[in-house]
Each structure stands twice: as structure tokens, then as C-alpha cells.
Design a protein around this ligand. Sequence first.
Ligand SMILES: [Zn+2]
Length: 311
Amino acid sequence: MKLFDAHCHLQDPRILSNVPQIIATAQSVGVAAFAVNGVSEKDWLQVKHMSQSYPSVIPSFGLHPWFVAERSPNWFNTLKQFFDSTPSAAVGEIGLDKGSHGRNVDFSDQVEVLKNQLQLAKTLNKPASVHCVRAFGELLEMMKSMGPFPAGVILHSYLGSAEMVPEFSKLGAYFSFSGFLMSLKANKAKKMLQMVPSDRILLETDAPDALPKSNIDSLFFVDGDPSLPEEPQGQSSTSSSASGTSLNDGSQVLTDASTLPKETLNHPANIHLVLDYVASMLEITKEELAELSYQNAVRVFSYEGSKVLHA
Ligand SMILES: [Zn+2]
């Protein structure tokens, strides 16, 4: 089974030193490609270097809404230069955020920065990976005014409404699902997933964030993650299981990831758990969903200059 992690952040300082091991582990469980998204001027070079070192890394450059306030006066030129020198790159992560993180960033600045980058994606004919928190109405209006986007817009970790899916689809959107989907009520997630056209579904991890709320025994952890107890699997330990509860006292014990500290790092190999969850919601086999989502990812990442075209 081949899988394509359509959105992650392997350049993140929290996991950067583990990247060789992380990529090897994820590849050993079938993850063939990683769309690695830069988030600010500070990490674009790291993303570029990573894509030069690893054939499986698809680089993406973008200014994420959380980092809009700290952009330099020259940020947009710098961004354009990265695309000039890296034809294999896609656009991302970009977006709008009115949630707990984003509401401190001037929203009209976020709008302007997103507009510039979406326009750039359109001009360059590249897909753009878009983050959207509590601003789906504004995003849809902007995309309507600028669209359509034939190269694709990837709505990453999509948690928008079922009703908006057809409108975004019409404009060229893909819907990418991560462990965050497990925070929605199951019936709501199901209703929304069923609206997504089968040729627009993608899977991602958003690693090192978005740890799936799955059984601890089924999760992959990042070696040396400081938030983990000594034996995160909790399989043999009676005193220090991840839930802090004895596992052999005969009672029902919570062993899903919600018992872990919320800063626990996610590993791209956990895309399997996202696959299992989305497949179960859609009532299709995981083999079918793996194939479908892989083909969709290959299609959207097959722009001119992309590594996927030559893989
Ligand atoms: Zn992200």
C-alpha cells in the first residue's frame, strides 16, 4: 500500500534532528512522498535543503497566517526567488486564521498576504496548501473572487462544513484530512466526508502536529519526544504507562492518545491511522482509500517542474 502525506512540516525544529529516521520509518510503512510545507521566511531554506537531500520530499514555500506579523518588508520577493530557484516547489502553507492562535494577527494583513500568495500560485500554475480556522466564509469569498484554481487548492486539515464542500470543489479545491478530523463529532465528520468528491480526497499528517486520537499501541512516536513518558507504548510497564494508569489492574483503562500530553509529537507514519479513520467513515476499504488518495495526490502535485512527474 502506497500513501502520500499531502501536508506536513518535517523542517519543524522540534523534529528536524530526527528527520533521517522519521523518513526511513515512514517509508518502511509505505509513505512514498511528503509534501513539506514551510511556514515563514525563516524555514524556507531548510525546506529547500531537505528537498535536495530527499527525493521523497516535495517542497512548499509559503507564509503561514501565524507568522504574518513578523514578515520582512521584502518577504514577497524572497518568496518569489525561492520559486524561481526551486521549480519542484508548490505553494504553502498559507491561509486565514481567526482561532486562538490567529486572532492576534491583524486579519486584514492576513487577507492581503493570502491574496498575494494565492495569486502567485495561480500565476505559477502550482497547487497551494491552505490553512483555514474559523474563516471559511472569508476564504470562500476570496477564492470565488480570484478563482477558479485549475492547479488545485489543498484545504489542509479540512474541518469546514459539509455545505461548503461543493462550493470549494467547484473552484478547484482538494480536501486533505489529518488527525484533527478525529476532534469532530463522528456524525459531523461522516456527513462532511460524504460530500467530498472521490477525486478530491487527500490524506496528510500535519506532523509534528495533529497526533491522531488513536490507540496508543497503534501510534508511531518521534524518538526522544520530551513530552513522552519513558515507555510510551505502555505495553509492559505497570508504573509509567502513558495514561499514568496501571494497565494490569483489570479495569478499563484509557489508552487512546487523548491521555497523552497535548504537545506530543506526531509522526508521518501515523498517516495509516488517518487512513483507517477516514476509510471507516466513508465505509470503503483502506486499500481503496489509499489508492484513491494516492492518485489524487499524484495528480495535484504533478505541476510543471514537480518531482512527482519524474518519480
Ligand atoms: Zn500545517
